[in-house]
Design a protein around this ligand. Structure first.
Ligand code: NDP
Ligand code: ZN
Ligand code: ZN
Length: 346
């Protein structure tokens, strides 16, 4: 039987959210159904609601930082029971047989990963996926992350995207004690990257574009806070760039040490993309730049364990679903809090 769901959708590039009722296809034998408790607002939701990456199918129901309670299970489900808490991040399906999937890098599935929203579930019934700005969501059990009963549910939804997206490159770059790390862009992702890099022992500086969050950064233990990358006169071992808009990558290469690494996770709109000239790269003495895309399911579980163990949580502001439009405005016009999370508990 199909699943009647209440959600919030944007209908065109103006990205104004209105209530929507829709049906999800019937629960499969290997799927669990969650009642949504909390759903974070990621800047990727904004990019896609506004069609800034050029592949949005409307109406779009975003949301890929989801904490929910299991209310129904398919008959072959082994690891979840009714009443468990589960998290869903950016993916709900993949082939599970290709080399990437076998290494639990499902985000790079060679046969195509299915994103939590705005994606076609081509392994199943070709449904266009609809995300966590809704009161119910279903997922294959092996794409759900078990949440311990005593976890702070109201804080952890953003871990399933902002958390894993910043944890993964810091691990990939092998950040350790006393490394000098800079986080560029101090929003929902940036603050998580900052907290993880500190927990890994690094000296962490923030690169922003104004002084609005300077006090909180210093209070949280930032080594230094820069309001303009062009004014920086020191060099870092690693820079994690979370900026969602156009910037000059050369500004960051200049402040990277010999042999250092830049990990890029921010994804600007396609018409504001960032580029690099080979003639500028050559004198940059073995400096490395790589992109990073969320993290696989195995690493997401590791990130959740690490976060709960070290009590690393986002800075969350809970809102009601009818405040999504206001939250988008604030995120786009600065002065925003770090992570808006929609509270579905009534
Ligand atoms: P937020 O809007 O929460 O934060 C973005 C931050 O970047 C803001 O603090 C903003 O500053 C800052 N910023 C903007 N321009 C500059 C600049 N030129 N220099 C320094 N700082 C700047 O966004 P999120 O953290 O949610 O997402 C960030 C990006 O990461 C998005 O593009 C998103 O799509 C992408 N993303 C990528 C993923 C991946 O797997 N690779 C996964 C998840 C997200 P201010 O406070 O002044 O506005
Ligand atoms: Zn996200
Ligand atoms: Zn695969």
């Amino acid at each position: 039987m199909s699943i009647l769901t209440n959600g919030w959708a944007a209908y065109d590039e103006k990205a104004i959210f209105k209530p929507i009722k829709f049906k999800r296809s019937a629960l499969k034998d290997n799927e669990i159904l969650l009642k949504t408790l909390y759903s974070g607002i990621c800047h990727s939701d904004i990019h896609q609601a506004k069609n800034e990456w050029g592949r949005t199918v409307y109406p779009i129901i975003p949301g890929h930082e989801i904490v929910g309670e299991v209310i129904e299970i398919g008959k072959n489900v082994k690891d979840f029971k009714i009443g468990d808490y589960a998290g869903i991040g950016c993916m709900i399906n993949s082939c599970k047989t290709c080399n990437a999937c076998l290494e639990s890098k499902e985000q790079f599935c060679e046969n195509g990963v299915v994103w939590t929203y705005n994606s076609c579930n081509h392994y199943d019934d070709n449904e266009i996926t609809k995300g966590g700005y809704s009161d119910k969501i279903k997922v294959r059990e092996d794409f759900a992350i078990k949440i311990p009963q005593n976890a702070p549910l109201n804080l952890i939804a953003p871990l399933f995207c902002a958390g894993i997206t910043t944890y993964s490159p810091l691990k990939f770059s092998n950040i350790k004690n006393n490394d000098n790390v800079a986080i560029a862009g101090f929003g929902g992702l940036g603050i998580m990257g900052f907290k993880y890099a500190k927990a890994m022992g690094a000296n962490v500086s923030i690169i922003a574009r104004n002084n609005k969050k300077k006090d909180i950064a210093l209070k949280l233990g930032a080594n230094e806070y820069f309001d303009d990358v062009k004014k920086i006169n020191k060099k870092f071992d690693m820079i994690l760039i979370t900026i969602p808009a156009k910037y000059d990558i050369n500004d960051y290469l200049k402040i990277l040490k010999y042999g250092g690494e830049i990990a890029i996770v921010g994804l600007p709109p396609i018409n504001e993309d960032v580029s690099i000239k080979v003639n500028q790269l050559m004198p940059m003495a073995h400096k490395k730049i790589y992109g990073s895309l969320i993290g696989g399911i195995k690493e997401t579980k590791e990130m959740l364990d690490f976060s709960l163990k070290h009590k690393i949580y986002p800075e969350v502001k809970l809102i009601k679903a009818n405040e999504i439009n206001q939250a988008y405005d604030e995120l786009l016009n600065s002065g925003s809090d770090f992570r808006y999370v929609i509270d579905f508990n009534e």
